[in-house]
Design a protein around this ligand. Structure first.
Ligand SMILES: NC(=O)c1ccc[n+]([C@@H]2O[C@H](COP(=O)([O-])OP(=O)(O)OC[C@H]3O[C@@H](n4cnc5c(N)ncnc54)[C@H](OP(=O)(O)O)[C@@H]3O)[C@@H](O)[C@H]2O)c1
Length: 256
């Protein structure tokens, strides 16, 4: 594969969880712009419909289905619907996630822990298992899990979040080893702080916002569209020899 076609996703079925807003929407827009047939999922119908309307208005191909990634039956059903309507997925982007709650482990309730682990880690496992089976049967596929710098290094007051994202990093590597001989690649993209609903409290926070930009070599938060390029790369034939990798898109955070 060479030259201009390297990133072409022409007609490939690309599922983006949490694809209605934030980083997920930017990823869905970018995959569609590269020719992917995009399926966005999440819990809010209105948000998903909006994202699909935007993609279609730009000439892209997109559909939406609701699914709560914490609910095994809904994830199983989602994978069945996608396979029935479009055939086995080529690309799965596990982006759906919930925020850190900014408290130490000693103050974290089991309910808070279960919500974060259930969405950010168990939800990723379930989607990888269900869509992974389709990809293994087809003998090809690319899964991209959105982890975080908090999955590579400890961040203060985010114990459950870091545990969930660290789990995603190693779940990714383990599946990558198992599935490499069968044509299915599994990688992570690990963003630092990106301006979305999830971080709106931080961006505007006079102390924490400045602390984050001060710690980031590029001295700013990232934008959602800046995460999408790494995902397109990993989804495409430009990355056919890349698996079990985690690409930091972090303004230099993990280099410092
Ligand atoms: N923003 C950052 O600074 C940053 C940094 C590192 C990593 N990340 C990761 O990047 C991903 C996207 O973050 P974001 O900042 O774009 O967040 P966001 O703007 O809050 O969007 C989160 C997305 O996840 C979906 N979602 C949440 N819980 C869900 C569930 N149980 N089932 C299905 N969908 C669910 C939401 O859709 P519904 O509410 O409609 O369900 C929404 O589309 C997350 O995994 C996050 O941990 C973000």
């Amino acid at each position: 594969m060479s030259g201009s076609n390297m990133f072409d996703l022409g007609g490939r079925v690309c599922v983006v969880t949490g694809g209605g807003r934030g980083i997920g929407k930017s990823i869905a827009v970018a995959l569609a712009a590269h020719g992917g047939k995009v399926v966005v999922t999440g819990r809010s119908e209105a948000v998903l419909k909006n994202a699909v309307d935007d993609i279609r208005a730009s000439g892209g191909v997109a559909e939406w289905f609701t699914a709560d990634m914490q609910d095994e039956a809904q994830v199983v059903r989602l994978a069945e619907i996608v396979a029935d309507r479009f055939g086995p997925a080529h690309v799965l982007v596990n982006n759906a996630g919930v925020n850190a709650i900014y408290k130490g482990a000693e103050k974290t309730t089991l309910e808070e822990w279960n919500t974060i682990i259930g969405t950010n880690l168990t939800g990723v496992f379930l989607a990888c298992r269900e869509f992974g089976r389709q990809m293994l049967a087809a003998g090809r596929g690319s899964i991209i899990n959105i982890s975080s710098i908090g999955g590579r290094t400890g961040l203060g007051k985010t114990a459950a979040y870091c545990a969930s994202k660290g789990g995603v990093e190693l779940l990714t590597k383990s599946m990558a080893i198992d599935w490499a001989p069968k044509g299915v690649r599994v990688n992570c993209v690990a963003p630092a702080y990106v301006e979305t609903d999830l971080t709106s409290g931080l961006v505007e926070h006079p102390v924490l916002g400045a602390r984050i930009t001060g710690r980031t070599p590029m001295a700013r938060f990232g934008r959602p569209d800046e995460i999408a390029g790494a995902v397109v790369f990993l989804a495409s034939d430009a990355a056919t020899y890349v698996t079990g990798e985690s690409v930091a898109v972090d303004g230099g955070w993990t280099a410092a």
